[in-house]
Every structure is written in structure tokens, then in C-alpha cells.
Design a protein. Structure first.
Length: 215
């Protein structure tokens, strides 16, 4: 299964679980905010923020009680509270009943200490960080090539049932290929329409993405 591992926990935190920056230009996916990496063996390793969250949960705090406490803590010991890192410096955010309340915007990672870059006024997980490579190489969208490979793999997995249907419905090979291509293209269009913000930094139009993945 692809990540995030435990997306529902994100509803208990102030910030939208977006991306934060690594010094090499990559980003770290905050959907796995409490874990060391993406799904797989790395995901079972909690970072210090994840450990604090887990300890509060194990201590019996309800979902809406966790953030006010977690917010005041400085899990990664970088002199900024979890609230400051996740865009709620006054710890004013509260979990809402409907799950549609306004979220804050994270400025940095509450589980890893960053360096502040005066020239860009942004925080980066430093290349000097001992877990730097571990963090930044476990990305869904680390590179266009990786992204395309993963999309193609996932699409093919998801579309097996459709391919079976196309094969059964197509007497000629050319008909089967056409149906399969149209099905994959349709899925890519839906992805691009709904999640385009995830791939906008590639600066690649949908038409090229379709060609690159399906050719
Ligand atoms: Ca901190
Ligand atoms: Ca931090």
C-alpha cells in the first residue's frame, strides 16, 4: 500500500499535512509526520514527534485533547515548539467536530531539527542532519522519473481488473490495446485534475505525462 500510513491521525493536528523542505530541493511528506519514512519498514520507526504523539495517545488522551498538549512541546529539541513548527504558535487550534475546520500551514518539521536560511526565510532539513538521506530519499515525488515509475506501477496494479474486462471484450488485439490505453489515459486525467498540485513543480503538461507513462 502506498502512503500515508495513518492519515486519520492528521485530523488531530493543526496543520494541513503538506510538504516541508529539504536543503537539496526535495520535500518531506508530512503525511507521515510521526514516522521516519514512507510506508515500509522505515514507517514503523517513530521520530521524536511521533513518539510524543504515541505516548499521549497511549496515556489515554482523546483525539481532541492531544494537540493542546503536543503543541506546547518541542519534540525535536530545536528550540521551536511543535505549534510553532506547524503554524499554530499560540496553540489556539482545536480539532473540530466535522473535520472541515481551517487548518494551519506548517513551516517546518516537528520531528526533525532544521536550519534557517536567511536568504529565503525558510527552514530546511539540513544536509548535515544525520537522518538526512533517510528522510529525503523516501519520497513519493523525489524525482519525475521515480514519480512516473510509481504512478505507472500503481496504475497497472489498479487497472488489472479493467484489463481483464477489456481482454474479455476484445476479440482483436488492436481493440484491446485501444481500450487499455483509453482506460489508463482516463485515470491519468482524473489524477491530474484532482491532484495536479502534487506534480505542478515538474512543469510537465498532462499530454506529455500521458506519453511518458504510456509510451
Ligand atoms: Ca521543534
Ligand atoms: Ca523541527
Amino acid at each position: 500500500m502506498e502512503c500515508p500510513c495513518y492519515p486519520t491521525f492528521g485530523n488531530n493536528l493543526a496543520a494541513d499535512l503538506a510538504l516541508v523542505n529539504c536543503e537539496n530541493g526535495n520535500s518531506f511528506d508530512l503525511r507521515n509526520i510521526g514516522h521516519g519514512g514512507m510506508c515500509g519498514k522505515e514507517s514503523r520507526v517513530h521520530n521524536d514527534f511521533g513518539l510524543d504523539y504515541k505516548n499521549l495517545k497511549d496515556a489515554g488522551y482523546a483525539a481532541d485533547e492531544i494537540w493542546p498538549i503536543l503543541c506546547e512541546m518541542d519534540s525535536d529539541n530545536d528550540n521551536r515548539t511543535n505549534g510553532e513548527e506547524l503554524g499554530d504558535p499560540n496553540c489556539a487550534w482545536r480539532k473540530c467536530e466535522t473535520g472541515t475546520c481551517t487548518k494551519t500551514t506548517a513551516v517546518s518539521h516537528p520531528g526533525y531539527e532544521e536550519v534557517y536560511d536567511n536568504t529565503t526565510s525558510e527552514y530546511y532539513i539540513s544536509e548535515d542532519h544525520p537522518d538526512y538521506n533517510f528522510i529525503c530519499e523516501n519520497l513519493i515525488i523525489a524525482s519525475l522519473q521515480t514519480f512516473l515509475f510509481r504512478v505507472a506501477t500503481s496504475l497497472h496494479r489498479l487497472l488489472i481488473s479493467q484489463l481483464i474486462r477489456y481482454a474479455r471484450a476484445s476479440t482483436k488485439y488492436t481493440d484491446f490495446v485501444l481500450r487499455a490505453r483509453l482506460g489508463l489515459t482516463s485515470s491519468l486525467r482524473k489524477f491530474y485534475g484532482r491532484y495536479g498540485e502534487l506534480v505542478i513543480h515538474y512543469d510537465v503538461p498532462l499530454s506529455r505525462m500521458v506519453d511518458d507513462i504510456l509510451s
